[in-house]
Design a protein around this ligand. Structure first.
Ligand code: GLN
Length: 276
């Protein structure tokens, strides 16, 4: 193939893939930022760079998510390593971070639990923003825990410990001031699982039985044994699950139950406080 400049390579890729995807893939190959591409559009790619770029473009055409191709994704104010063992962090999950940070005034020390941590995006972001808190991150998948541990080291997070296990199974007798989770909640019959990026993500991080509510149900059921009095639970859920979540919280005698909309206006996080 004849040599191409940065702008020619991008134009070629944009015939088949999204412009931003093409830019992110080229930045990854060149190990450079957006500014570099804008500043040197006429820089000629080496044969090796062009080959690597076109290979990634082809994988993107075949459906692979950009975050798995570049190995990273920005979330809130940090960048996380990701691979096929973990869900790719989503912008809507930043709502969970904002609500959690509102509940914990900076300076207050408390214990936070993140259930189903995946890449560690939620646990590490909370730990970095509330360094006086102690965060515990749980995941059933050892491969996911390995990714989260790598992210914690890379982001120099020290107030965080990891537990491999199913939900609360390895936490008997432990209590927290705040429990957060973005559990699998897509109904396992949902056709979206066969579309787009979801096809490449770990099913155990995405989908659940009982119309997507089985993990949410399990977490709400067991939370009362692991919250201090006046502690809070916050759960991310599907676009149509807010009312069902509030109902489950009510059945467990939570108070101050409410749901919060994400930036798309969809009720995305529900939670409540447990007073006893
Ligand atoms: N929000 C994701 C999606 O619908 C699902 C994440 C999850 O199951 N926790 O693609």
């Amino acid at each position: 193939m004849q040599p191409l400049t940065i702008s020619q390579a991008l134009a070629t890729a944009c015939r088949d893939i999204d412009r931003i995807d093409a830019r992110l893939l080229l930045q990854h190959v060149l190990n450079a930022g957006h500014t570099f591409l804008l500043t040197y559009p006429d820089r000629i790619l080496t044969a090796q760079q062009l080959e690597a770029f076109l290979h990634l473009v082809q994988r993107r055409i075949d459906g692979a998510p950009v975050a798995y191709l570049t190995g990273e994704r920005d979330f809130y104010d940090l960048t996380f390593k990701v691979n096929e063992a973990v869900l790719i962090p989503r912008p809507e999950t930043e709502l969970l971070i904002e609500l959690a940070l509102q509940l914990i005034p900076s300076g207050r020390s408390c214990r936070i639990l993140d259930l189903g941590t995946g890449s560690g995006a939620i646990a590490i972001t909370l730990a970095k923003h509330r360094p006086q808190c102690e965060v515990t991150a749980v995941d059933l998948s050892p491969a996911a825990i390995a990714v989260a541990q790598w992210n914690a080291r890379n982001l120099q997070t020290h107030n965080l410990n990891f537990v491999t296990g199913s939900w609360f199974d390895e936490l008997s007798g432990e209590e927290f001031d705040l429990i957060v989770s973005n559990p699998p909640y897509v109904a396992d019959t949902d056709p979206h699982l066969q579309q787009g990026d979801l096809r490449f993500e770990p099913p155990m991080a995405l989908s659940a039985g009982d119309n997507g509510l089985s993990c949410i149900h399990c977490i709400i059921d067991k939370t009362p044994d692991h919250l201090v009095s006046s502690g809070w639970l916050l759960l991310e859920h599907g676009y149509d699950q807010a009312a069902a979540c509030r109902q489950l919280l009510q059945e467990k005698d939570f108070s101050n139950i409410c749901s919060h909309p994400d930036l798309a206006g969809i009720m995305r996080v529900s939670g409540g406080q447990l007073n006893f």
